[in-house]
Ligand binder design. Structure first.
Ligand code: ADP
Ligand code: MG
Length: 729
C-alpha cells in the first residue's frame, strides 16, 4: 500500500460513522436461549416418552436407541425449520484452532421425482466428515482416512443462521480421539467418579460431581480498514512490526474509561446474539491495553462452557465484521502493551448443591473444603509441567513470562487466610484437633467461612490462584480451546482424588476412623505439595531460581514444554483416568509440534516479505531524498559550510544504511534458518529448530524495522502505525 492509501484508511477509521445499535423488543430473560433446543423446547417438540428418555440420556448417560433418535430428530427438525433452518451440520472441535462443520441440506428425494425435508436419527447421531484433511498426528494414514463425528447429547443443539448445529465428538474409526471434546468428556467423567467417592466420605448422599468453568475472554478490536492494511495482522493475527505508540497504557486510562460508542454497539449486539444462543453473558468491560476488552459469562458445567466459549469466539468474529471491526484473539497482537488471556475459573460441585472448593459452616464442611483444596494442589504440584504444556502455544509464548501474565512456571497462590489454615493443620498437635467421631470433629480453626469471604487479596502474577470458592487458571491463552487446560487439570485432579481415596481406604481398613483417616492423609499431603504454593511475585527473577530449586518445571521453550505430555507420570495419569492412551498422546504431540512449526513458519515468511518489499524500499527511498538534499546543499553553499549543514543528513543516511544492511542480511539468514529447519523430518526436532533459530531472528530484525519507523518520513511509511490502530474512536 502507498502512504496516501494509509492516510485514507486511517482517515476512514477515525471518521465519525453512524453506529447501529441493536434494540431488541424483548428482555434478556425472554430471548435467552431462543435458538437453543433446550429442555423447554424438547418438552414442547418431543413426545413425552421421548422427552423422558432424552433426560435420562443427558443426565445419566443412558444409551440412545435409533428409534428415540429418529423421534428426537423429527422434533428438532420441526423446531429448527420454524426458525428458518434449511441445513444441519455436525459441529466439532478438531485439533486445529476453532471449530469445524460440514453442512448438509435437510432435503432428500421423495421417490416421486420431488424433494422432502428430512432429518433422521442416524444423521443426528453420526456423520462421517472427510477426516483426512484434519490433523491426526499419523493416527490414520490417508487411505483409511475415516473418522466419524458423534452427537454429544449433553450439549444442546442450536440454530445459527440457516443451520441446525449439532455439537459432536470427532473420533477415528480405530477409536482414538481426533478432537478436544472426546477427551474432555472422559476427563470430566473421571473427575466426577473420583470426586464423588471422596465427597461421599463426608456426605453419603452425593451421586454426582459437576465441574464448573467460568471463562473470562479477553480480546482486541481493530478497525477493519486498518486491519486490512496490515498484512501481518491479516495473516498471523499479530503485528510483527510497529514501534510503540508514545501513549499506550501507561496512564491506565483505558481500564476505567468509558467504552467507545462503536465498541459499545458491538458489545451489545454480541451479547444479544450470545444470549439467544444460550451463552449466559454477564460481564463486559475495558481491559488494561487500549482497544482491549473482556467478556465473561456466568460459569456453567465445563463441557457446555467449553462449547459456549468456542461458539462465542466465532460469534465475536462475525459480529465484529458487521460493526466494521476485526476481533483479535491472538495472545499478543501488539508488542509493548498487554496481551490477552482467558482466565479459567474452575471448581467442583455436588449434585446436592455443595461447592466442594468453598468453605462451609461446620467443621465437617471445612475438612471437606480443605481436602478438595489440598488434593487439587497435589494434582497441580505433581503435574505442574503438564499443566503448563496444556496452555503453551506459539502465540501464548509471547504473553507468558512477559510482565503482564503469569510466568512460564505453574504455582498456586492461596492468600493469607488459607495459607494460615493449612499451616495450622500441618503443625497442630493431635490434642488441638479432636476427632472423636463426626459430631465432635474439631479442627481448631474457627470461622473459615468468615475469614475467606473477604479474599480479595488477589495476586495477579499467579498462574493458578485460589479465589474464595474456586481456582482461577490464568495462564490459558485468549485464543485457546479451554478444553486443553480442562482436560489436563480435571484428569490430574481425578488421579489425585483416586490416590487420596485409596490411602484413606487403607487406613480405614486398618481400623482408623474415617475422618481421622482423611485428616491424616490431608496433613501428609499439605507437606508434600508445599513446593507448588507461592505467594510472592511471580514476575521476579528470584522466583525463577527459587522455583527451579523447588523442582518445579521452569522450561520456557514451547516445543520442549510439550514433551511433558509424554513423561511417564503424565502417561500413567492419563491411562489410569482413561482419558488418553499413550498412542493418542504421541499422535497429539506430533500435531502440537507441527502446529508450532507452521505458526512460526508463516510468521517468518510474512515478516521476510514485509521487510523486503515494504520496509527496505521506503527506507531506501527516504535515504535517496536525504542524499539528494546533500547534493543540493553542496551546490548552493561553500564546501565547508555545506559539510557542516550536511552533518545531520549524513548521520541519518548512515543510520538508515546500518538498519537496512542488518535487515537485508538477517532476512537472508532467516530464510536460511527456515530452509535448514524444513529439511528436518522429525516434528519435534523441527519445532525445536524453529524455536531456537527462526523465532529469535524475527524479534532481532524487528528491532531495526521499528527504529526505521522512527526515522523514515511519515508520509512514506506504508503500514498503519500503533498510534493509528490502537485508539478506536
Ligand atoms: P473476576 O474478578 O475474576 O473478574 P468474576 O466474579 O467476574 O471474577 O468471575 C469470573 C468468572 O468466574 C465468571 O465466569 C464467574 O461466573 C466465574 N465463577 C464464579 N464463581 C465460580 C465458581 N465457584 N466456579 C467456577 N467459576 C466461578
Ligand atoms: Mg478473574
Amino acid at each position: 500500500m502507498s502512504s496516501t492509501l494509509r492516510f485514507q484508511v486511517v482517515g476512514e477509521a477515525f471518521k465519525k460513522r453512524p453506529v447501529e445499535v441493536a434494540e431488541p423488543k424483548e428482555r434478556p430473560s425472554e430471548f435467552f436461549g431462543k435458538y437453543v433446543f433446550n429442555r423447554q423446547k424438547m418438552q414442547q417438540f418431543l413426545p413425552a416418552s421421548v422427552y423422558e428418555k432424552m433426560v435420562d440420556v443427558i443426565d445419566h448417560g443412558a444409551t440412545l436407541d435409533l428409534k428415540t433418535a429418529d423421534a428426537v430428530a423429527e422434533g428438532m427438525k420441526r423446531w429448527a425449520m420454524g426458525l428458518g433452518a434449511t441445513h444441519i451440520t455436525h459441529w466439532f472441535q478438531p485439533l486445529t484452532e476453532g471449530t469445524a462443520e460440514k453442512h448438509d441440506g435437510f432435503v432428500e428425494h421423495d421417490g416421486r421425482g420431488g424433494m422432502v425435508e428430512e432429518f433422521t436419527g442416524k444423521q443426528l447421531v453420526q456423520q462421517e466428515p472427510d477426516a483426512s484433511s484434519f490433523p491426526s498426528g499419523g493416527i490414520r494414514s490417508t487411505f483409511e482416512a475415516r473418522g466419524y463425528s458423534a452427537w454429544d447429547p449433553a450439549s444442546p443443539v442450536f440454530v445459527m443462521g440457516d443451520t441446525l448445529m449439532i455439537p459432536t465428538v470427532f473420533i477415528a474409526y480405530t477409536g482414538e480421539a481426533l478432537d478436544y471434546k472426546a477427551p474432555l468428556k472422559k476427563a470430566l467423567h473421571a473427575v466426577d467418579k473420583a470426586a464423588t467417592e471422596v465427597a461421599r466420605l463426608f456426605y453419603p448422599d452425593v451421586q454426582k460431581v459437576i465441574t464448573n468453568l467460568g471463562w473470562e475472554q479477553e480480546y482486541f478490536l481493530v478497525d477493519e480498514g486498518l486491519y486490512a492494511a496490515r498484512p501481518d495482522l491479516l495473516m498471523t493475527g499479530r503485528t510483527l512490526m510497529g514501534h510503540d505508540s508514545a501513549k499506550n497504557q501507561q496512564m491506565d486510562d483505558h481500564y476505567f474509561g468509558s467504552i467507545p460508542e462503536r465498541v459499545a454497539a458491538f458489545m451489545k449486539d454480541l451479547e444479544i446474539q450470545a444470549l439467544e444462543l444460550g451463552i449466559p453473558c454477564k460481564t463486559r468491560h475495558n481491559e488494561v491495553a487500549p482497544n482491549q476488552f473482556e467478556l465473561a459469562p456466568i460459569f456453567e458445567e465445563t463441557n457446555l462452557a467449553v462449547d459456549h466459549n468456542m461458539l462465542l469466539m466465532s460469534l465475536m468474529k462475525k459480529v465484529a465484521r458487521k460493526h466494521g471491526f476485526r476481533v483479535l484473539l491472538h495472545e499478543k497482537p501488539f508488542a509493548g502493551i498487554n496481551g490477552s488471556g482467558k482466565h479459567n475459573n474452575w471448581s467442583l460441585a455436588t449434585d446436592t448443591g455443595i461447592l466442594l472448593h468453598a468453605p462451609g459452616k461446620t467443621p465437617l464442611d471445612n475438612l471437606r473444603f480443605i481436602t478438595f483444596i489440598v488434593e487439587t494442589l497435589m494434582a497441580v504440584w505433581r503435574h505442574n509441567g503438564l499443566l503448563k504444556a496444556s496452555i503453551v502455544s506459539a502465540t501464548n509464548a509471547h504473553r507468558l513470562g512477559a510482565n503482564e501474565a503469569p510466568p512460564a512456571i505453574i504455582s498456586s497462590f492461596l492468600g493469607k487466610q488459607l495459607t494460615d489454615v493449612l499451616e495450622h493443620l500441618e503443625q497442630a498437635t493431635d490434642d488441638e484437633i479432636s476427632l472423636s467421631g463426626k459430631h465432635e470433629l474439631h479442627l481448631g480453626i474457627p470461622q473459615i467461612p468468615e475469614l475467606l469471604i473477604d479474599n480479595t487479596d488477589r495476586n495477579r502474577t499467579s498462574p493458578f490462584a485460589f479465589t474464595g470458592n474456586r481456582f482461577e487458571f490464568r495462564a490459558v491463552g485468549a485464543e485457546a480451546n479451554c478444553a486443553s487446560a480442562m482436560i489436563a487439570l480435571n484428569a490430574a485432579v481425578a488421579e489425585s482424588l483416586m490416590d487420596f481415596k485409596a490411602r484413606v481406604d487403607r487406613l480405614i481398613a486398618q481400623g482408623v476412623d474415617t475422618l481421622k483417616a482423611v485428616l491424616t492423609v490431608v496433613r501428609e499431603d499439605i507437606k508434600t505439595c508445599k513446593p507448588i504454593h507461592f505467594e510472592g511475585n511471580g514476575y521476579s527473577n528470584e522466583w525463577k531460581l527459587e522455583a527451579a530449586r523447588r523442582g518445579l518445571d521452569v522450561e520456557a521453550s514451547v516445543p520442549l514444554v510439550i514433551d511433558r505430555y509424554l513423561d511417564d507420570d503424565s502417561v500413567k495419569m492419563f491411562e489410569k483416568t482413561h482419558v488418553f492412551t499413550r498412542s493418542e498422546l504421541l499422535a497429539r504431540n506430533e500435531i502440537k509440534w507441527d502446529t508450532y512449526t507452521k505458526k512460526i513458519q508463516i510468521e517468518a515468511r510474512i515478516f521476510g516479505d514485509l521487510c523486503m518489499n515494504h520496509i527496505i524500499p521506503v527506507a531506501t527511498r527516504y535515504q535517496s531524498v536525504l542524499v539528494e538534499n546533500v547534493h543540493r546543499l553542496q551546490e548552493i553553499f561553500p564546501k565547508e559550510e555545506a559539510r557542516e549543514l550536511n552533518d545531520n543528513n549524513i548521520a541519518l543516511i548512515r543510520e538508515i544504511s546500518e538498519h537496512t544492511r542488518f535487515i537485508t542480511s538477517q532476512v537472508t539468514a532467516l530464510i536460511d534458518a527456515r530452509r535448514i529447519a524444513n529439511r528436518i523430518d522429525d516434528e519435534r526436532e523441527k519445532a525445536i529448530a524453529y524455536h531456537d533459530t527462526v523465532a529469535p531472528l524475527i524479534e532481532e530484525i524487528r528491532y531495526h524495522v521499528d527504529k526505521l519507523e522512527l526515522i523514515v518520513d511519515d508520509e512514506l511509511w506504508p503500514l498503519p502505525k500503533y498510534r493509528e490502530i490502537l485508539f478506536i474512536r
